[in-house]
Design a protein around this ligand. Structure first.
Ligand code: AMP
Length: 420
């Protein structure tokens, strides 16, 4: 029989690595709370049409990366990103009629059938947030500042903040035209994909990783030169607020992002390539003022971002120690197991984590395991302890051992843990 393996591009996170995950997730939740965001949880599966409508048909994700299937005649898709689901939930539950501004965040797995490589997976986790009901630009700057604080807190150094404006639909249309006019004479030198995109979605050419395309777009016009007056005021407001907050950013006139729904503010935060390789984009975000109305909701402006947890963990410098189990109960024989289990139960009720080793085996092997678990105290129970109503309390650091009466064990452990 061939051995069973995880699906390509979908990874296990084993307990040795989980402390790093918990740390980043906890810091994210704490940062979100500081900025007034509340958690939302939406399903992992949504109607396929939700993603086609919000992300756009001619995007890489919708064209070739979605895990879609039909179940009882219903086309469904494993969510490739979190914004569409959050926006759907916001509309479906009529949230706009209850609160003028909504700040939501989410954490969870996303699915894209991409070519797996370092930092790029087929199942990956994102943390992300959305603000509905505030047209910015102050909230845009606040969101970027919040991300910078978050990245600093988890020990991501050398992050670069890139900011651009996509303008509104008018500027975007003008820009598409200007870009096509600029690229048409260079068409033969573009990658095959980009020659096709010139007709379907020319903005995506700016995003291409192909060196031929990158060379062709190097001198392309900047969308910020084609903004209308309101878009321009928004863009200038954003840069002013970022400066007031002391956020170091780079204006990136050719930054566009893979999804169709963005309007005005667009940003990316990149990490150090030595750690992340080609997948150096840690965070992607932007404004999507048209989406809520497109989904049948009221006309409500919105902005959001998403960051890949795996990449944040790769980029984070902080070492996290695996949590140890402080107390180990080593039982020797059947009677000792029956005596040791309620003892462990009592310790846990007192909030003390402990592991019981009820296997047959020598004391030596059990003490070895207590050491690898990082136990500071081992309670040894054999037949004579059961008969005498005691335990042997071994302090693993001081290498001392004392006989303690059964009734005093919890207090003795508490004092020993507090002292060392
Ligand atoms: P996007 O939803 O494409 O804007 O991506 C936002 C962030 O999610 C990226 O900056 C990455 O950190 C992360 N991300 C996107 N796709 C993947 C993937 N296939 N594997 C791992 N992380 C990803």
């Amino acid at each position: 029989m061939t051995s069973l393996r995880a699906v390509k591009g979908m990874n296990d996170v084993l307990p040795d690595e989980i402390a790093r995950w918990h740390r980043v997730e906890a810091t994210f939740a704490k940062t979100m709370a500081l900025y007034g965001f509340r958690e939302v949880r939406t399903p992992y599966v949504e109607p396929t049409s939700l993603f086609v409508r919000t992300m756009g048909e001619a995007t890489d994700v919708v064209e070739k990366e979605m895990y879609s299937f039909v179940h009882h005649d219903e086309p469904l898709t494993l969510r490739p990103e979190g914004t569409a689901g959050a926006a759907r939930a916001y509309v479906e539950h009529g949230v706009a009629s209850r609160e003028p501004v909504t700040r939501w965040y989410y954490v969870g797995p996303m699915f894209r059938a991409e070519r797996p490589q370092r930092g790029r997976y087929r199942q990956f986790s994102q943390v992300g947030a959305e603000v509905f009901g505030d047209a910015g630009p102050a909230v845009d700057a606040e969101m970027i500042d919040m991300l910078v604080v978050f990245l600093e807190t988890i020990g991501v150094r050398d992050a670069r903040v890139l900011v651009n404006s996509m303008g509104g639909p008018g500027a975007r249309a003008r820009y598409k035209e200007a870009l096509v006019r600029y690229l048409e004479p260079k068409k033969a030198g573009l990658s095959e994909d980009s020659q096709r995109r010139l007709a379907t979605n020319p903005l995506r050419i700016l995003d291409s990783k192909d060196p031929r395309d990158q060379e062709a777009v190097a001198g392309a016009p900047a969308i910020t030169e084609l903004l209308d007056a309101e878009d321009d005021a928004h863009w200038r407001g954003l840069t002013r607020h970022l400066a007031a907050l002391g956020v170091r950013y780079e204006a990136a006139p050719r930054l566009v992002r893979g999804l169709d729904y963005y309007t005005r503010t667009l940003f990316e935060i990149k990490g150090a390539t030595d750690k992340l390789g080609a997948g150096d984009t840690l965070v992607g975000g932007g404004r999507y003022d048209g989406m809520i109305a497109d989904l049948g909701g009221p006309s409500v402006p919105a902005i959001g971002f998403a960051a890949g947890l795996e990449r944040l963990i790769l980029a984070s410098d902080v070492e996290v120690a695996a949590p140890a189990v402080p107390v180990f109960v080593a039982t020797l024989g059947d009677a000792a197991v029956a005596y040791g289990l309620p003892l462990a139960h009592e310790l846990r009720r007192a909030g003390i984590a402990c592991e019981v080793d009820a296997r047959a085996g020598s004391l030596k092997s059990k003490l070895r395991r207590a050491n690898t678990q990082g136990a500071r105290v081992t309670l040894i129970v054999g037949d004579s302890e059961v008969e005498g109503g005691t335990v042997q309390l071994k302090d693993m650091g001081a290498q001392t051992q004392d006989k303690v009466a059964r009734a005093d064990v919890v207090a003795a452990v508490v004092s020993r843990l507090g002292a060392s």
